[in-house]
Write a new protein. Structure first.
Length: 135
């Protein structure tokens, strides 16, 4: 799998929803000893937890929407088609982003949201407005 400095290197990346990601990152760092990896304005913050990673995203908590699981994959288009054929609800089609990823979103049979991401290129986070803290 390709690597990209704009995305955590982990295969599975939980995304936790908080109303204020900066406040959440500060608290999680203080309380649990996590560290900030990358800040994307104030709406998304990538965190390190030992060898693991997770992301904090800005949003309001809704039923089945307090979290998203992000999974790194090799081929987003083929993966999306497989998910669609199995009955997943595709929320966003595979889309290429300036930070070097092709991503799509789906909802599973129980209403959980999933974000699948394929690395296309290694992109310097500062080139699109990210702030590297600890890569």
């Amino acid at each position: 799998m390709l690597t990209n400095r704009s995305v955590p290197p982990c295969t599975v990346i939980p995304v936790l929803i908080y109303p204020d990601p900066s406040v959440a990152a500060d608290w999680l760092t203080k309380a649990f000893g996590f560290s900030v990896r990358l800040r994307i304005a104030n709406h998304r913050i990538q965190m390190r937890a030992g060898e693991g990673c997770f992301t904090i995203a800005e949003g309001d908590i809704e039923p089945n929407r307090s979290h998203i699981i992000q999974v790194r994959i090799e081929d987003a288009r083929a993966h999306c088609e497989r998910a669609r054929q199995a009955g997943a609800v595709i929320l966003t089609e595979p889309t290429d982003h300036m930070y070097g990823e092709r991503q799509y979103n789906a909802r599973d049979f129980h209403g959980h949201h999933w974000d699948f991401t394929q690395t296309l290129a290694d992109i310097d986070p500062e080139s699109w407005g990210g702030i590297s803290v600890a890569l």
